[in-house]
Design a protein around this ligand. Structure first.
Ligand SMILES: Cc1cc2nc3c(=O)[nH]c(=O)nc-3n(C[C@H](O)[C@H](O)[C@H](O)COP(=O)(O)O)c2cc1C
Length: 210
């Protein structure tokens, strides 16, 4: 059954930084599973969520190009650390960073499930991303999707980064107060070949806390 879309209101839901919002979909983005924290935060019951397209929680402030990049990546069986503003049933919003796992049939290689783990997006990342998303949405509304995509590609080209690297670079640029609070030590700890200097590896290391 189609669900009525809520009217967005300008009130943020503050997420528990320790918890993970998890969902699983089929290869078309139809929801097959949502964990308790997902259900808690979005406000829909499991009965309302199952079998619905994942855009049930799409926020109108999100530019289409971000989902275009997200789908390109996951259908290519790769992860993407997307920063997404989501819409709860009561019209409130919450910001997350995603981490995707693609489950494939070992014989055919076909995608059988897509898993999204989400954590609260750090405030300093939201502040930067929101400005860019507002520009993308403005271009999308006035000049169309293709123009918005061209602009985003241009912006990333100028930085010499892909989307993930850009998000990772924002993650690394924690403000002074957060550095003082030991923020960096906490989340940037290990250094591996992830472009965020270990930020996301640490960030998603406790995926199972629901
Ligand atoms: C596993 C998985 C998780 C997703 N999580 C979200 C999400 O949290 N928020 C969201 O708006 N879209 C999410 N999407 C993308 C949606 O399927 C959809 O592409 C997006 O909401 C844009 O909607 P639209 O294609 O109708 O414009 C997810 C897709 C998959 C496969």
């Amino acid at each position: 059954m189609a669900i009525k879309r809520p009217e967005p209101i300008n009130q943020e839901i503050i997420l528990d930084p320790e918890k993970t919002i998890l969902s699983k979909t089929d290869k078309k983005g139809i929801i097959l599973y949502a964990n308790d924290y997902f259900v808690d935060i979005c406000g829909y019951s499991v009965g309302e969520l199952m079998g619905q397209p994942h855009n049930i929680i799409r926020h109108p402030d999100m530019p289409k190009v971000v989902f275009e990049l997200l789908w390109r990546r996951i259908l290519d069986k790769k992860n993407i650390h997307a920063v997404v503003k989501n819409l709860a049933k009561n019209g409130r919003y919450y910001w997350v960073v995603t981490d995707f796992t693609v489950d494939t049939n070992p014989t055919t290689g076909n995608i059988v499930g897509l898993y999204a783990h989400r954590k609260a997006a750090p405030r300093h990342i939201i502040d930067q991303v929101e400005k860019v998303y507002q520009n993308l949405l403005d271009i999308e509304k006035n000049a169309g999707f293709a123009a918005s995509l061209r602009y985003f590609v241009g912006l990333l080209e100028e930085k010499g980064m892909d989307y993930d690297q850009w998000v990772a670079s924002l993650a690394m640029a924690a403000p002074k107060e957060e550095k003082k609070k030991g923020f960096l030590a906490k989340v940037f700890g290990s250094s591996n070949n992830d472009s965020s200097g270990g930020f996301f590896a640490k960030y998603f290391s406790n995926k199972d806390n629901a």
